[in-house]
Design a protein around this ligand. Structure first.
Ligand code: NAD
Ligand code: ZN
Ligand code: ZN
Length: 340
C-alpha cells in the first residue's frame, strides 16, 4: 500500500510502498477512501510544536474508510463498515478525564498521525473503540474534514457556551473556520468572520456570516466592538497577532477560545483589560467521540456544508504549499479511491 511519509521534520513527504499493517488486539484495519489535510499535519511534518513527533511517521487525522480487517476482540465493528479515524486515536478510558467526559485531556492518549501512523495512506490502523462510525448519507469525502475541522470547532463553541443572539467572532475561515461559521449559526449566534483573503470572506458570507472583517485593512477589535463586542471569539488563524486582535474585540465577560497552534505560540495579554473586563481565555483541543457523533448527525441531516477540493495523495507536498499560501478554498481532501 502507498503512504505519504515524513522521513525528517521539515523535509518534503515521501510516497512509500509499505506492507499492509496488521491490526493488533482491539484494532481494525481501514481501507482509506478519503483523508483531509489539516493544518496540524503541516505543524507535525515541520516539527512546529514543543512535543515533536518521531519520524518516520504517516500524518493525517481525518482519515475515513472501510473496515477491512478486525483484530482480536473487536466485536462492535463489522467488515465493510465506514469509519472515521480522528486525532484522538486512543485514550485510557480509566483516568479522571476519561471518566468525566474529557477523554480529549487523557494523559495517556495516542494521537493519530502524530504518535502513531495516520491517514495519509491507502490503509491504516485504528483502535476500534475510537473509530467513529460514519452514518449513512455522509460521504467519505465530506466525513474527512468533519473528523477534525468539524468536531474541533463544534466543541470550541460548546466550550464557549454560545447562546442564541450572542455575537461570535470566527478568526480564520479556513478548514476549521468554514465549519465554525456554520455551527455558530446553528447555535443561533450572530457571526462575525475574519480573514485575510477575499475568497475566504466571500465564502464566509455564503455560509451565513452576518459580518465579515478583512484583517488586512480593518481594525478587527474596533470592528467587533462597534458591533457590541464578541461574547465569544474562536482563534483559528495560525498567527499570534490574530489572537491578539480578536481578543481586543471581546465584550465584557467575553471568552477567547484558543484553537490554532502557531509555531511561535505566545500571546501577550493585557492584564488590566482582562481583569476589568472580566474576560476569559480558554484552550480547546479537538472533541470527544460524542461530539463527533453529533457533528456527523448534523451533516447527515443536511445542516452543514463541507467545502473541499479533492486531490491525489501523490500531490501532498504541493497541497501543503497551497495551504501555507492560503490558496485553498477551505479544505483539501486526498481521494484515495482514484489510485493516484
Ligand atoms: P487553515 O490554514 O485551513 O486556515 C487558517 C485560516 O486563517 C485561513 O483561511 C487563513 O487565510 C486565515 N488567516 C491567516 N492569517 C489571518 C489573520 N491574521 N486573521 C484572520 N485570519 C487569518 O488551517 P486549519 O486547518 O483551519 O487549522 C487552523 C489551526 O488550528 C492550525 O494551527 C491547526 O494546527 C489548529 N488546529 C487545532 C485543533 C485543536 O484541537 N485545538 C484542531 C485542529 C486544528
Ligand atoms: Zn486537525
Ligand atoms: Zn484517560
Amino acid at each position: 500500500m502507498k503512504a505519504a511519509v515524513v522521513r525528517a521534520l521539515g523535509e518534503p513527504l515521501v510516497i512509500e510502498d509499505r506492507p499492509d499493517p496488521e491490526p493488533g488486539p482491539g484494532q481494525v484495519r481501514v481501507r482509506v477512501e478519503a483523508s483531509g489535510l489539516c493544518h496540524t499535519d503541516i505543524h507535525a511534518a515541520h516539527g512546529d510544536w514543543p512535543v515533536k513527533p518521531a519520524p518516520p511517521f504517516v500524518p493525517g487525522h481525518e482519515g475515513v474508510g472501510i473496515v477491512e480487517k478486525l483484530g482480536a476482540g473487536v466485536t462492535h465493528l463489522v467488515l465493510g463498515q465506514r469509519v472515521a479515524v480522528p486525532w484522538l486515536g486512543k485514550a485510557c478510558g480509566r483516568c479522571a478525564h476519561c471518566l468525566s467526559g474529557w477523554e480529549t485531556l487523557c494523559e495517556s492518549q495516542v494521537n493519530t498521525g502524530y504518535g502513531c501512523d495516520g491517514g495519509y495512506a491507502e490503509k491504516m490502523l485504528a483502535w476500534a473503540d475510537f473509530a467513529q462510525p460514519v452514518p449513512e448519507g455522509v460521504s467519505a469525502l465530506d466525513a474527512a474534514p468533519l473528523t477534525c475541522a468539524g468536531v474541533t470547532t463544534y466543541k470550541a463553541l460548546k466550550v464557549a457556551d454560545v447562546r442564541p443572539a450572542q455575537l461570535v467572532a470566527i478568526s480564520g475561515v479556513g478548514g476549521l473556520g468554514h465549519l465554525a461559521v456554520q455551527y455558530a449559526k446553528i447555535a443561533g449566534a450572530r457571526v462575525a468572520a475574519i480573514d485575510v483573503t477575499d475568497d475566504k470572506l466571500v465564502l464566509a458570507r455564503e455560509l451565513g456570516a452576518d459580518i465579515v472583517i478583512d484583517a488586512r485593512t480593518q481594525d478587527v477589535g474596533a470592528e467587533l466592538r462597534r458591533h457590541g463586542g464578541a461574547h465569544a471569539a474562536l482563534a483559528l488563524a495560525v498567527h499570534p497577532a490574530a489572537f491578539q486582535a480578536v481578543n481586543s474585540g471581546l465584550r465584557r465577560g467575553g471568552k477567547l477560545v484558543m484553537v490554532a497552534l502557531p509555531a511561535d505560540g505566545t500571546l501577550q495579554l493585557p492584564i488590566f483589560d482582562t481583569v476589568l473586563n472580566g474576560t476569559s481565555v480558554i484552550g480547546s483541543i479537538v472533541g470527544t467521540r460524542q461530539d463527533l457523533a453529533e457533528v456527523f448527525q448534523l451533516h447527515a441531516e443536511g445542516r452543514t456544508k463541507v467545502i473541499r477540493e479533492s486531490r491525489p495523495l501523490a500531490a501532498v507536498n504541493d497541497c501543503i504549499d497551497e495551504v501555507l499560501r492560503g490558496h485553498v478554498k477551505a479544505r483539501i481532501v486526498f481521494d484515495l479511491t482514484t489510485g493516484g
